[in-house]
Write a protein that binds this ligand. Structure first.
Ligand SMILES: Cc1cc2nc3c(=O)[nH]c(=O)nc-3n(C[C@H](O)[C@H](O)[C@H](O)COP(=O)(O)OP(=O)(O)OC[C@H]3O[C@@H](n4cnc5c(N)ncnc54)[C@H](O)[C@@H]3O)c2cc1C
Length: 495
């Protein structure tokens, strides 16, 4: 007899499955994707994960392999719970659900420690989240750690951990329906190899992702134009989990018109490619400028650290004519560009002069582009020193300013990269209580039904602090797993 069914095979699903098994529950994981494509968006990530920590001692506990020499050449600083709260409130424009945000922030450190004890290894994100200045790496933007081996490493860690606990994982098993009666949910119907099966259980945990891979739902909920976005991750997150829960009266919650979307290689395929992972993203725009088809800038590229702007700038790119932009850099910053700029699948042009460059930017008005770049260069405040580790206040004073890291574009050869909008995941989801149980449209808990991860609404609105998706999946997965595991085991004992 199965106690807990977990629907999905990403970070939230495995956190829930392991947590339920720790309660003594017999757990089955149903993953829609075949094994070679399994793992949802989680597998596409770099594994960067945000949590509150007080200082290096917390990090050494999490990463016992950190050496004294590594600690000496690095300023890890601290990322306090207060800072995490501030970031969540600021970027969501004070809309984040306070109870959910409280759980996310306060449980972040114990949850990552629990993941480590469950068998997942972590590593500092030197290079992408800390730059070497005056002989020392200084971390910025509250994002310090990633799973060892990135998303694939995280998934491997979870899978091994689940298998060790006797959790059954079925691949290619697409859940199509919840089985429910007046007491609540009692099982699921799923299809595997063309055959429909029924599986009964004490509790079901939905962790089946958002609806970003469903072009019709994107257009319906996010609005016109979103059919033209590229999907950064898995093609299997088409909103199934949301649909089957709404079908039995679950309460929708959060920003159904909102999503996480970034600047993404203009000629990337329709869905993510596991061989490329997250490297189609182009996240070094704070060190350069972006222009659209009209040859105009359209965002403050240096408004904040990349971690606090990248998830909302995809939408801004989608809004531009032709849904594309070019990111332009000069030699002063080229060596600082993230690794993703050095893959072979890039749409890139180079030129020795700006005059030559603007003529090479496919689809762009060259005269206007040259005027924009010339005016930008003239507006840069050269008296303030450039420092990528802090918000340096080195600005370009224009009607649309560049508030930090404004370097002139003067040192050729120049490089330009074409981007479009890549959607990561959708913000709208189901409403849960603080035990992870799904609420119905009367705000009453639905018996036996829990949810976690991307398919939970209420946490993110308009924007998102980088690295929070994995942490939210882990925190709410662990909570849902513990609640469902406990409930199912108690129910079984009572029979
Ligand atoms: C390219 C990229 C890079 C990212 N980088 C980061 C990062 O560094 N840090 C970070 O915090 N976040 C990152 N994110 C966001 C992060 O991936 C998600 O927030 C997180 O992985 C979501 O976890 P999840 O378990 O909710 O969903 P997923 O990992 O997407 O898992 C959903 C699962 O549900 C399965 N499923 C769907 N429908 C069904 C069905 N009907 N039946 C059974 N199973 C079903 C899917 O196959 C999948 O296994 C990134 C995302 C992408 C795409």
């Amino acid at each position: 007899m199965t106690d807990v069914i977990v629907v999905g095979g990403g970070n939230a699903a495995f956190a829930a499955a392991v947590s339920a098994a720790q309660q003594g529950a017999k757990v089955v994981v149903l993953e829609r994707a075949p094994e070679e494509e399994a793992g949802g968006n989680t597998r596409f990530t770099a594994g960067a994960i945000r949590f509150a920590y007080e200082g290096v001692d917390d990090l050494r506990k999490l990463m016992p392999d950190l050496t004294n020499a590594e600690c000496e050449r690095t300023d890890f600083g601290a990322y306090t719970e207060d800072q995490f709260f501030d970031d969540m409130h600021r970027v969501t424009e004070y809309r984040t659900d306070p109870d959910m945000c409280e759980l996310l922030v306060r449980k972040s450190r114990p949850t990552i420690q629990w993941m480590q004890e469950a068998g997942i290894k972590f590593y500092p994100i030197w290079g992408r989240q800390a730059f070497l200045v005056d002989g020392k790496f200084t971390f910025w933007g509250g994002l310090t750690v990633e799973a060892y081996g990135g998303g694939p490493g995280l998934l491997e860690g979870w899978t091994t951990s689940a298998q060790k606990r006797g959790i059954d994982i079925h691949y290619g098993a697409r859940v199509t329906e919840l089985i429910a009666d007046d007491t609540g949910v009692t099982g699921v119907r799923y299809k595997q190899d063309g055959v429909t099966h029924e599986l009964m259980a004490g509790c079901v945990i939905l962790a089946a992702g958002g609806f970003q891979a469903n072009v019709e739902w994107r257009t319906r909920y996010l609005g016109p134009g979103w059919d033209l976005a590229k999907v950064r991750g898995t093609r299997f997150n088409t909103g199934d989990g949301l649909r089957i829960a709404l079908d039995i009266g679950a309460m929708p919650y959060g920003q159904w018109s909102g999503c996480h979307a970034v600047g993404w290689e203009r000629n990337a395929p329709e869905f993510g490619d596991l061989a490329v992972g997250d490297a189609f993203q182009k996240h070094s725009y704070p060190w350069g400028v972006m222009i659209n088809a009209n040859g105009e800038r359209f965002v403050d590229e240096g408004a904040d650290f990349r971690n606090y702007t990248y998830a909302k700038y995809g939408r801004r790119i989608l809004e531009q004519p032709g849904q594309f932009a070019w990111q332009i850099f000069d030699q002063k910053v080229i060596k600082q560009l993230r690794d993703e700029y050095r893959i072979k699948q890039v749409t890139k042009v180079t030129a020795n002069t700006l005059e030559e460059l603007v003529r090479k930017l496919d689809g762009v008005n060259p005269e206007k582009a040259l005027q924009t770049l010339t005016e930008y260069n003239a507006a840069v405040d050269q008296s303030t020193p450039y420092n990528p580790n802090v918000k340096d206040g080195r600005s370009a004073r224009l009607p649309l300013p560049k508030s930090n890291w404004a370097n002139t574009l003067t040192d050729g050869p120049f490089e330009a990269y074409a981007v479009t909008c890549g959607i990561t995941f959708t913000f709208g989801g189901l409403r849960i209580d603080t035990d992870g149980q799904v609420l119905d449209v009367d705000l009453k808990p639905i018996g036996g039904l829990y949810a976690a991860g991307e398919m939970v609404g209420g946490l993110f609105y308009n924007n998102y602090p980088g690295g929070t998706g994995l942490m939210a999946g882990a925190v709410f997965g662990k909570i849902a797993g513990a609640s469902a595991g406990k409930a199912a085991v108690l129910d079984k004992a009572a029979v």
